[in-house]
Design a protein around this ligand. Structure first.
Ligand code: NPW
Ligand code: K
Length: 515
């Protein structure tokens, strides 16, 4: 589909509109020999994908065409599939008189190819033996939540596709999904639940985070032959294995444990000791040279060593100097006044810092700590889940989730740090607003301890010399990909434990290191 680099970039609707405007201007240029419109190219790319999804000739295909240019794309693909011998029905949800000239000419083409135009009443009478449904209701022009008959139609086709177990291909964006935020539009909104989405011009942020991954299915990109120089560098990209290659270097023969850094895990209040141990084990499995587990205060029955991993050293964090150490603070830490002093010491003196869980809550409740963190010049990574992010931003969790990219950017900027906003499509954001959206992971990670593991992996990567953004991006990818691999082997999603991730994360980090 050309323009490989743009496949890894993700754009906002405003950026796509700007590229589209430039591309249309180029097409209008009298000297331009390209006679195919962008809509024709969009239809062609979608028809290619549809053909791959179909397993039979003369398949019966239902195409939904909305009132705007997304509907124009739908007419175009309908015409092409009909010309290939498929039996195509188009359900048009827009006034013919209101279509753009491109959409009208695609509609004429569909009529000329004997596509059958139907309405919802006729649809109800037809045998439901569809092989494919194509959603061309709304793309990036969605303004508010679909209502009334269109909302019912979306509900019905979601049900139909699920019952028939057929592919549901969304053109550009699953209708009803906000292409920027990945949220279903409207409080009680509804969106097409696609198995595949073909995103036109460039990839869109909302397909990859929040609810986006659940609604978009498998995403592909068709750049419509727009030259690479029309695409701005962009502020967002996908966090994929390919984008991480070359960061972790093969180890030198002439190296020793001192070459790979000392990580101190600080956490594990009474009843939560396991959180610190999980983070420490994760740091061990992720290649740090030496790992110390610092359980603050005197905790009755706190272990003095980890019998499964006796290589982890247990020390009192109150007695440790953090200057040459990579500190991970927060897993199971508690929020007592005594740990506040440890957090202050870590923010002030740790060589690199990962702040997780309770340490985030302490910062949220204490502006002085937040200022101290923002003033740090050495690398720091914050790993909040949406509720922790909401506390840090002094807002509700729904507000964070309504625009995860914005929330991550605000936090990273306010606290002058790299932020990992966890959740489906975790966002790794730098203080300058550059961000990556992670592409791996699944609901198997929705269990206690997985966050502690992520914090430990991140600390170990910082200890091995990664920058804060690199450490966060690699850790998030390797951690979530481990869950994908385990689920593929039948280990989960139900019942996958955080501990089971560790050896697979190790494998993934070694894979990334290979030349
Ligand atoms: N321009 C080009 O060359 C290319 C464009 N391309 C394609 O065009 C798409 C963008 O087209 P678009 O701008 O026409 O917007 P689109 O997504 O079709 O929706 C707008 C329509 O929906 C309506 N509407 C909105 N919300 C509604 C609601 N809740 N309930 C009911 N109606 C609602 C809205 O009505 P209005 O609010 O304006 O009255 C308007 O009529 C893009 O995603 C890509 O697929 C590609 O072919 C590449 C080349
Ligand atoms: K659509």
């Amino acid at each position: 589909m050309g323009n490989q680099d743009s496949v890894y970039r993700v754009y906002s609707v405003a950026e796509i509109r700007a590229i589209e405007t430039d591309a249309l201007a180029m097409q209008a240029d009298a000297g331009n020999a390209d006679t195919m419109s962008l809509m024709q190219k969009a239809g062609l790319a979608a028809a290619h994908l549809a053909a791959e999804l179909l397993t039979q000739a003369h398949a019966k295909i239902l195409v939904l065409a909305g009132p705007g240019n997304n509907g124009g794309d739908a007419f175009e693909v309908a015409a092409l599939l009909s010309a290939q011998g498929h039996v195509v029905h188009v359900l048009q949800c827009g006034e013919t008189a209101n279509y753009s000239s491109d959409a009208l000419s695609s509609r004429h083409k569909a009529q000329a190819q004997h596509v059958q135009f139907i309405d919802t009443a006729i649809l109800a009478t037809l045998p439901a033996d569809w092989a494919l449904i194509i959603d061309g209701l709304f793309g990036i022009g969605l303004k508010q939540a679909p209502e009334g008959s269109i909302a019912s139609l979306i509900r019905d086709i979601n049900k139909l596709a699920a019952e028939l177990a057929i592919p549901l291909l969304a053109l550009d964006v699953p209708s009803g999904l906000n292409a920027d935020t990945g949220q279903v539009t409207g409080a009680d909104g509804i969106a097409v639940c696609a198995t595949h989405t073909i995103s036109f011009i460039g990839n869109k942020t909302g397909l990859h985070t929040g609810a986006g991954r659940d609604y978009a299915g498998e995403v592909s990109v068709a750049t419509l032959d727009i030259p690479a120089n029309f695409f701005p560098p962009g502020k967002a990209r996908l966090n994929t294995a390919a984008s991480l290659k070359g960061i972790l270097q093969p180890r030198k023969q002439n190296s020793h444990k001192g070459s790979y850094g000392d990580v101190i895990i600080i956490g594990g209040a009474s009843g939560m000791v396991g959180a610190a141990i999980l983070a420490a084990r994760a740091a061990q499995f992720s290649g740090a040279g030496r790992i110390y587990c610092g359980i603050p205060g005197v905790i009755p029955l706190a272990p003095s060593y980890d019998s499964l991993h006796p290589e982890i050293m247990f020390r009192s964090p109150e007695d440790m100097d953090f200057h040459n150490h990579h500190v991970v603070i927060g897993p199971g830490l508690g929020t007592s006044a005594s740990v506040q002093a440890l957090l202050t010491k870590a923010i002030k003196s740790a060589k690199t810092l990962v702040v997780d869980a309770d340490a985030l809550n302490l910062i949220a409740a204490d502006a002085a700590l937040a200022h101290l963190l923002a003033a740090r010049t050495a690398a720091s990574v914050l790993t909040p889940h949406p509720l922790e992010a909401a506390r840090l931003l002094q807002q509700g969790v729904a507000e964070v989730q309504a625009d995860r990219l914005l929330a991550a950017r605000k936090l990273a900027q306010q606290l002058n740090t790299v932020v990992v906003l966890k959740g489906s499509g975790s966002i790794i954001c730098e203080a300058n607003g550059d961000l990556s959206i992670n592409t791996t992971g699944n609901p198997a990670l929705a269990s206690g301890g997985t966050g502690d593991v992520l914090a430990g992996v991140t600390g170990a990567l910082l200890a091995q010399g990664c920058t804060a953004a690199e450490a966060a991006r690699i850790a998030v990818w390797a951690h979530a990909y481990a869950a994908d691999e385990l689920v593929a082997q039948g280990v989960g999603p139900i019942g996958l434990t955080a501990s089971e991730l560790l050896p697979v994360i190790r494998q993934n980090l070694n894979l990334l290191t290979k030349r």
